[in-house]
Design a protein around this ligand. Structure first.
Ligand code: CU
Length: 68
């Protein structure tokens, strides 16, 4: 499965690293490709992964994610 998240608050490559690691730490997430310029994350995951958990993991790092 694939989910696109709009990410706000990213300003540099470190932000991308933080968001990528946060998303990949979520249970059921296989891969996360984060695009700084687009402010977007493409998340590959299985059916058990919860979008809510992805959003919370990103929020814990200080960024805002929303489905889209
Ligand atoms: Cu940064």
């Amino acid at each position: 499965m694939e989910t696109t998240l709009q990410i706000s608050g990213m300003t540099c490559g470190m932000c991308v690293q933080h968001v990528t690691q946060a998303l990949q730490s979520v249970s059921g997430v296989q891969n996360a490709a984060v695009d700084l310029t687009a402010g977007r994350a493409l998340v590959q995951h299985n059916e058990s992964a919860e979008i809510k958990a992805m959003i919370e993991a990103v929020a814990e790092e200080g960024y805002t994610a929303q489905p889209g």
